[in-house]
Ligand binder design. Structure first.
Ligand code: CDP
Length: 253
C-alpha cells in the first residue's frame, strides 16, 4: 500500500488496470466439500487468489487450558504457502498470519452457536495457495462455507470483501497493483442477514466521505459474494436432497 508506480491505476474513463469498473468485483468461484479428510471444506478462487479451507469439529479443545467450560471456541490458522506469492515466502507463521488468524477466528466465532458445544473447539485451516491481494477476505469467505459444509450451527454465513482507494478513486475489491500502489484498503466481514460487522480493518488514508463510500462498496461486495456462497452450498446440498423436498412419502402416509 502506498508504493510509487508509473502505472495509471484508473484511466480517464474510470476503467481500472485490470479493466474493471470501480464498483466491480473480481470473478469469484466457490466449490463446496472438496476434501475427504475434513468435516467441511471449500475451495475458492477470487481473482488470482486460490484458497483452500478445511474445518474440523466441534471436537474436544486441546490443550485443555484453552477450553471454555461454557462454550466452544473457534481456532483458525491462516497460512500462506511458500509458493503463493511472487517472492517465495518463508514457510511457517509470522506476525501477519497470526494477526489474520486472530481476526478471522473472532469473526467466525461471533456467528457460531458456541453455547451448544462446551469445551469444544472448531478448528479452521485456511491455506492460501496463490495470493493476489485480499486473501483475508477470500480466506474468511471460504472458511465460512467450509463451516456450513461441516454442519456447524451458525446464525448466519459470514462473508468478507474489501474496498479502498487507488489512483485517487474509491474502488471495490482491490487487485494486486491497487493493493501495492493504492492509497487505502478497507477489508470488512459481515453477517449478511443482519448487516452486523464482524471484521473491519484499514490500511492507508481516507477522508470521512471516502470512508463512507468505501464502506458501502465493501458492504455491497459482501452481499454479492454472500449470494455466491449460498448458491455453491445449494448446488451441493440440493443434489443430496431427493426431488421435491423428500416430504412426498410422508404426505402419502
Ligand atoms: O491478502 P490481504 O490483502 O488480506 O493482506 P495484505 O497483508 O494486505 O497483503 C496484500 C497482498 O500482498 C497479499 O494478498 C499478497 O498478494 C501480497 N503479499 C506478498 O506478496 N507476500 C507476503 N509475504 C504477504 C503478502
Amino acid at each position: 500500500m502506498g508504493g510509487k508506480c508509473d502505472i495509471e491505476l484508473i484511466d480517464k474513463k474510470g476503467k481500472r488496470v485490470d479493466g474493471r469498473t470501480p464498483e466491480q468485483l473480481r470473478d469469484v468461484k466457490i466449490e463446496v466439500g472438496v476434501l475427504h479428510g475434513a468435516d467441511g471444506s471449500c475451495y475458492l478462487e477470487w481473482g488470482g487468489n486460490k484458497v483452500m479451507a478445511g474445518v474440523y469439529g466441534p471436537r474436544e479443545a486441546v490443550p485443555r487450558r484453552v477450553q471454555n467450560a461454557r462454550r466452544a471456541i473457534v481456532q483458525c490458522k491462516y497460512n500462506m504457502a511458500a509458493f503463493s506469492v511472487d517472492e517465495r515466502k518463508r514457510p511457517g507463521p509470522d506476525r501477519r498470519s497470526r494477526e489474520i488468524s486472530k481476526v478471522i477466528s473472532e469473526a467466525l466465532e461471533a456467528v457460531v452457536l458456541t453455547e451448544m458445544f462446551p469445551r469444544a473447539s472448531i478448528d479452521v485451516n485456511i491455506e492460501i495457495l496463490q495470493a493476489e491481494a485480499g486473501t483475508r477476505c477470500a480466506g474468511l469467505t471460504a472458511a465460512a462455507v467450509a463451516m456450513a459444509d461441516a454442519g456447524i450451527p451458525m446464525r448466519d454465513i459470514p462473508v468478507a470483501c474489501a474496498a479502498g482507494k487507488a489512483g485517487g478513486h474509491v474502488v471495490m475489491d482491490l487487485g494486486k497493483l491497487e493493493d501495492n500502489f493504492g492509497e487505502a484498503d478497507l477489508p470488512i466481514a459481515i453477517a449478511p442477514r443482519t448487516g452486523e460487522i464482524l471484521l473491519m480493518q484499514m490500511d492507508g488514508h481516507l477522508t470521512p466521505e471516502e470512508f463512507e463510500r468505501a464502506f458501502q462498496l465493501a458492504f455491497d461486495g459482501c452481499i454479492k459474494v454472500g449470494e455466491l456462497q449460498k448458491k455453491a452450498l445449494m448446488e451441493k446440498y440440493a443434489k443430496a436432497v431427493p426431488e421435491g423436498n423428500g416430504n412426498e412419502a410422508a404426505k402419502e402416509e
